[in-house]
Every structure is written in C-alpha cells, then in structure tokens.
Ligand binder design. Structure first.
Ligand code: ADE
Ligand code: ZN
Length: 336
C-alpha cells in the first residue's frame, strides 16, 4: 500500500507555504538574516510543536514566519516544498500564502509573491509540477486590512487564482469578510475559505452562503448535521481535508475516529491534504498513509481521493481530463 500511495499521481489543494518551514531551514534563514529565534536546536523546535488546539499552533506558526525576509527566502521555502512534492509524486498543487503575516512586519507584498512565483515557474520546467496560488486573508485581522491586501493583489492578478480565508475561526465569522469577498469575486478571483475546522457546521454554511466559495477548507465538522452532509454530497461541494493536522490540533483524538473515510463513503467530495506539513509531521504520502493505516480501505477508495482533488482543482477541463486518464491507468495497473 505504501508504494501504491507513494507513486499515485497526487493533487494537493490545501497547503500553506508558511507551514512548510522545516526547522532546518528556519535556522538557516535566521542565521542568514540575523534574526533571533527562541530555540537552541532542531529538537527544541520539534518539542515546541505540541499543540492543544488551533490557536496554540497559530501562535508558533506566525512566530516561525519571522525568519522570512527576502525574495530569496520565499523562493527557498517554496522550492523546498516543491522538492517534497516531487518525492511524493504530487503533480499539481494549489498553494496558500498569507501576505498579511509578512506585510505587517514590513515585508512588501511584491517580495513575497515574486519569491513564491519564481519557484513555482521553475517547478513547471524542472520538476514537471504545475500549481496555482491562493491568497488568504487572516480572519483575526479586520476588514480594512483585508481590503488593503486585496488592493495589493490586483497588480498580481496573473499569478493569483483565488482568495481564501484562514487563521482563528472561533470569534471571527465569515460574515466579517462578506464585502471583501464580493469585491474579490467582482475582480475575477475564485474564492475558498477555511470553515468547520473548529467551528460548527453553521460556520461552513455561512462561508458557502456569504462568501460564495467553490470549495471548503477542512469542513470536517459538517458531520454534526447529517442533513448538511447529504446536501454537500448532492451538490458535490469539495472539502479539502487535512488528516494529520486534525489529529495534531485535536479536532479528532485519533485517526481511527477521523470522519474522512465515512464522508468519502457517503459520496462527499473529500480530498487529502497536508495543511502545514512541517508542523504536523507529514507531507502528502504521510497523510494518505495515516488514513489508510487507520481505516480499512481499498486502493480504489484511496485513488478516489485523488479523483476528487482533480475534480475540485482550479485547472482547465482539458488538464483535468489528462490527469484523470493518468490516474485511471495507474489504478488499473495496480488494482489487485
Ligand atoms: N493557517 C495555517 N494553517 C491553518 C489552519 N489549519 N487553520 C486555520 N488557519 C491556518
Ligand atoms: Zn489550512
């Protein structure tokens, strides 16, 4: 099964580039940029990654991002992630970035987006990996800051396909960003949002209704409302689920209790993703393996996660067809 999962041509739809900062690169960038970090060793860092909920993770995650200063830093961060993609046979990835985490520290929007974009372009020719970029607004900040960020993104429309919403879900309802998302839609951006990670099923409904999103990031709390689960299945609303993240942040106690396989079997368009792999202990293959190890799944079911991801991705219909065919051939060859 490990080999089947490793070699399966995968598509990732929920990945925060700042969440791919491995301790080794954190130390390297801290030294390069003369920045003090509150850790003595890699082990120190890993020991600190003991989270009890989303907020306890976010505090450390925003602190880690302080070492990212130059365009080269953003390039190096993104390139390191893309090499992981190559290793895991991720053939297409849709990447989040959080501009406000950096602009609030005086780093320019252009520095961030140009560094990431340079790595993504290089990956097309050198690694045969395609990608899209999604700009997230931080939901703990105010509407005005989100509008300023959207304004900055307008000059980079050619590089950014969609806007998203992340950070602290509790206490920051989707409605706070209704006008920003309307403006983004008018400007031609697609929309996604984190919802139903810690917040209730109603928070997912709000994101769908108020922000007109085309897919939900996380969304696992939909299970609190069975009629809603049926509706999501019927409407084929995609959920970008992050299994290892959900365990690390205590959304579920154990992987055997995770609802992703149940949702898959109910016909919901669920996908597997790594969220912040440097913080949660694994990239794409690790996430697939963790689900497969804890649940009794067939290869066809595992491949279904990837068929769902292709369907839910922001690539062209022609490219979707091409990836479907590749995956179908792979499944046929390795079915037994
Ligand atoms: N930012 C990075 N990872 C996140 C997550 N899992 N939930 C909300 N915001 C995030
Ligand atoms: Zn996320």
């Amino acid at each position: 099964m490990k080999q089947f999962i490793q070699d399966l041509p995968k598509v990732e739809l929920h990945l925060h580039i700042e969440g791919t900062l491995e301790p080794e690169l954190m130390f390297e960038l801290a030294a390069r940029n003369n920045i003090t970090i509150p850790f003595e060793s890699f082990e120190d860092v890993r020991d600190a990654y003991n989270f009890h909920n989303l907020q306890s993770f976010l505090d450390i995650y925003y602190q880690g991002a302080n070492v990212l200063i130059t365009e080269q830093d953003f390039f190096d961060l993104t390139w390191a992630y893309l090499l992981r993609c190559k290793n895991d046979n991720v053939v297409h990835t849709e990447i989040f970035f959080d501009p406000q985490t950096h602009t609030e520290r005086g780093i320019s929007f252009d520095t961030v987006v140009n560094g990431i974009e340079r790595a993504l372009s290089k990956a097309v020719s050198e690694l045969n990996i395609t990608s899209q970029l999604i700009m997230c607004f931080l939901r703990h900040l105010d509407e005005e800051s989100a509008f300023t960020t959207l304004e900055q993104a307008l000059q980079h429309k050619d590089k950014i396909i969609a806007v998203g919403l992340d950070s602290s879900e509790n206490g920051n309802p989707a409605g706070k960003f209704e006008r920003v998302f309307k403006r983004a839609l008018n400007e031609g951006f697609l929309t996604v949002a984190h919802a139903g990670e810690e917040g209730p099923a109603s928070s997912i409904r709000d994101a769908l209704d108020l922000l007109q999103i085309t897919r939900i990031d996380h969304g696992v709390r939909c299970s609190d409302d069975e009629a809603f689960v049926q509706e999501l299945a019927r409407k084929k609303t995609p959920l970008t689920v992050c299994p290892l993240s959900n365990i690390k942040l205590k959304v579920f106690e154990e992987m055997s209790e995770h609802n992703i396989v149940e949702l898959l079997r109910k016909g919901v368009c669920v996908t597997i993703n790594s969220d912040d792999p440097a913080y949660f202990g694994g990239y794409m293959t690790d996430n697939f393996m963790a689900v497969s190890d804890a649940h009794n799944m067939t290869k066809a079911e595992i491949a279904q996660f990837t068929f769902n991801a292709i369907d839910a991705s922001f690539i062209s219909a022609l490219e979707k067809k091409r990836l479907f065919a590749i995956n179908e051939a792979y499944l046929t060859l390795h079915h037994s």
